[in-house]
Design a binder for this molecule. Structure first.
Ligand code: ATP
Ligand code: MG
Length: 218
């Protein structure tokens, strides 16, 4: 069975935490599983990641930013995601196509249908079967991140985290609209719940969707 799961949400929503928890759970179940992240996951993507995320004085036009994300994505799909799915490995990605629609589309204002077309080209139509949206007020998400050890000089935030609260509110709104428009694919969870509870809800959702595969041990 081909199964591709993505995690989305604003900064500090708990994506990486839940990706790790689901990955460990599936490993324990002896499911062949691969976790990856955007931007990154390939040699090229790992080079583009600091370009995209490190705070910098270099101006970024919204379109340039979007194309860099698309470049990292095209490489990730071709090199990692599609080969793994072809081997019936479950793929879990920390961010994917919806991030670009939420951030570069809803928040930065690039035409959504253009992003959708480019997403389709960059991914060769490889869409997730399930997208978990960890929904949280960005103020709380950003607060959580601010208590993490400083990762960058200056205020310690990455380039996107440094955007205004209003920007992050647009991102959240964009995600919720996407979830509304793609009800079958999205599973929206309140990101303020405790980590373990969220993890359990995600496991229950997997059992509900794929009982043959996940019923035992869930
Ligand atoms: N459900 C939760 N309740 C409280 N704190 C949480 C929860 N989930 C994660 N955290 C904490 O919040 C911080 C951010 O979590 P995490 O790194 O998983 O978020 P993220 O969505 O991956 O963030 P980023 O957008 O920066 O990658 C971490 O310190 C993590 O331990
Ligand atoms: Mg993360």
């Amino acid at each position: 069975m081909r199964l591709f799961i993505t995690f989305e949400g604003v900064e500090g929503a708990g994506k990486t935490t839940q990706v790790e928890m689901l990955h460990s759970f599936l490993v324990d179940m002896r499911v062949s599983v691969l976790k990856t992240r955007e931007p990154g996951g390939t040699a090229l993507g790992d080079r583009l990641r600091p370009v995209l995320l490190e705070p910098s004085e270099v101006p970024f036009a919204p379109l340039s930013e979007m194309f860099l994300y698309m470049a990292a994505r095209a490489q990730l799909v071709k090199e990692v995601i599609v080969p793994a799915l072809n081997h019936h490995t479950v793929v879990i990605s920390d961010r994917y196509v919806d991030s670009t629609i939420a951030y570069q589309g809803y928040a930065r204002g690039i035409d959504i249908s253009l992003i959708q077309r480019l997403n389709k080209t960059a991914t060769n139509g490889c869409m997730p079967h399930l997208t978990v949206l960890l929904d949280i007020d960005p103020e709380i998400g950003l607060q959580r991140i601010s208590s993490k050890p400083l990762r960058f000089i200056g205020n310690g935030k990455d380039r996107l985290e440094s955007e205004s609260l209003d920007f992050h509110r647009q991102v959240r709104k964009g995600y919720l609209l996407l979830a509304e428009k793609n009800k079958d694919r999205f599973f929206v969870v309140n990101g303020r719940r405790p980590k373990e509870e969220i993890h359990k809800l995600i496991r229950q959702e997997l059992v509900r969707r794929y009982p043959e595969r996940f019923a035992k041990g869930a």
